[in-house]
Design a protein around this ligand. Structure first.
Ligand SMILES: [Zn+2]
Length: 160
């Protein structure tokens, strides 16, 4: 009897161990981009570094993509992760590029941000953890969301 319990224990241990190696079912497989702060400083411009790695905010109405209306995909300036489609971009009047949806929810991570005496939800790139901006609940239909993103956190890939 004791032996049986012992064996069952081993089986559960082995099963548990092998399961840990597998990815969670249904999750999109994504290789994380991990860089040291020094590597980030080398591959980003000082302005990009300030936004992406130090959670900075570019001045309103100054960003490259605020008034940008070409068709394509906006990618993360840190790792080229595809984040937003031009089809969800709209003019929020805020001075920063705004999207009412992410390309895929798994590509953009959200986290409560209590800095500067405000309750906001920070958005980061799920692949490289870079700061992108914030998401607010005052966006247009169908989502009611406003992903407010720094131009400096984005690159753009044109599509036809
Ligand atoms: Zn990224």
């Amino acid at each position: 009897m004791k032996n049986k319990i012992f064996l069952t224990g081993i089986i559960f241990f082995v099963l548990g161990f092998s399961q840990k190696k597998e990815k969670i079912p249904g999750a999109i497989l994504m290789d994380k981009v991990l860089k040291s702060e020094q590597e980030w400083q080398t591959c980003l411009t000082p302005d990009e570094y300030q936004v992406l790695r130090n959670k900075g905010t570019e001045r309103a109405f100054t960003g490259e993509y605020y008034k940008h209306s070409e068709k394509g995909i906006y990618t993360c300036a840190g790792c080229e992760n595809e984040l937003f489609s031009s089809s969800t971009k709209y003019d929020s009047g805020s001075g920063w590029p705004a999207f009412f949806d992410a390309l895929d929810k798994s590509k953009v991570k959200t986290k409560r941000d209590l800095s500067y005496g405000m309750i906001r939800t920070e958005i980061t790139c799920a692949k490289c953890d870079s700061h992108l901006g914030h998401v607010f609940e005052d966006g247009p239909k169908p989502t009611g969301l406003r992903y407010c993103v720094n131009s400096l956190a984005l690159d753009f890939k044109k599509t036809n």
